[in-house]
Design a protein around this ligand. Sequence first.
Ligand code: UD1
Length: 418
Amino acid sequence: MSEILRIRGGAKLEGTVPISGSKNAAVAIIPAAILGDSPSVIHNLPDIDDVYSFVKILRYLGAEVEFEHGTMRVDPRGIDRFELPDEMVNRMRASYYLVPTLMNRMGRAAVPTPGGCNIGNRPIDLTVNALTSLGSRVDTTGGVIRAEKTGDFGGSNVYLRVPSVGATINTMLAAVMAPGRTTIFNAAREPHIVDTANFLNSMGAKIRGAGMDTIRIEGVPVLHGSDEYWVIPDQIETGTLMIAAAATKGDVYLSGTIPTHMESLTAKLLEMGVDVQSEDDVIHVRSVGDHRMIEVTTAVYPGFPTDLQQPLTALMTVGWGRGRMTETIFENRFRYLDELNRMGADVRLRNNAAEINGVEKLYGARVTATDLRAGAALVVAALMAEGVSEISGVEYIKRGYEHIDEKLRHLGADIEYI
Ligand code: UD1
């Protein structure tokens, strides 16, 4: 029988919780490590299924990988394969970061088109165009991305139609070893882009401007392993736990995080009447009394992240008045609303916005997570609901949240995997 997350709602979260390393940085930095001509050591990796998937994939390719207590040592020198079978990548969007890295290492790559969460159409045209403009031959027929260096492989100007995280990272991963200069215009600016660029620079790459909308890269012929690299804290785990603290009218300190990455969420929680304060690497969230209804629109960083759209919507279901959550990044990221309504919420989808009529309380129910962040939304809803909820589809949650049950239990929640 498959696993279920069982939560009895109503407990106030209190105490201190440490934040784990960033999933989205980890899944870019691990494949980047295969570009080195010597081993890399990466610290502060989250203990999540997506990281274990990469361990399997890199070993299959021929790398030596050790992973223990959040630290991974990758020795890519034995890699002798450039092709990945379907079953290895079927759940993970980030598997396509192996296209430019394998191409740089082996001259060519063949990676099945990526899976990941079912949140709408997730095209890869920007990555294909970028690799092509750098002089690679790319073919995506038959469900496989095949990329090969040609004699023209070299730096180029890459204009992104939208500031895509995946396309920005893939372009960097290819351009770091493409002779000459590459400039990425309209690049994404998310914290994990900066972290990936910092990691590549620690391997000897020459990237400037990551975190801004124009990134300049000078290609180098050889990269070495990175001796000791520490991955940044997870922005989305931080946000989810901030929301969970507010949802239970709790009093929680989140430690080992980067408060400046959280400014868009902090602004929205303050608007709702939640008390949020930060000092150094600690954020303190405290909530007493009713929450005010707000309007939120997702946007690229530093705007409000689409990955927190679902958990914040869950928090907004309880309260007085009407609120609205507008999704501008992914078309199909509202499938969890039916589940929230089964728990007593009153939310209606109109075009790309969830219109929320605040209710007095939610009630525990059997619900199903349809993707990673929808799972997080249901956890938030279950924590504030009266009675017991049973959440299925927990494999999504395990892909991206490190030991969420232990962390919430430590804060006083009644939660267990059964
Ligand atoms: C990454 C994150 C994911 C987050 C998302 C947006 C990882 C592993 N995943 O996903 O958690 O929700 O950023 O912050 O880091 N697009 C195109 N063509 C492309 C690529 C994207 O049209 O080739 C569009 C997408 O349909 C979407 C938008 O660009 O509307 C943003 O997608 P993108 O930033 O690429 O998201 P991911 O990298 O897949």
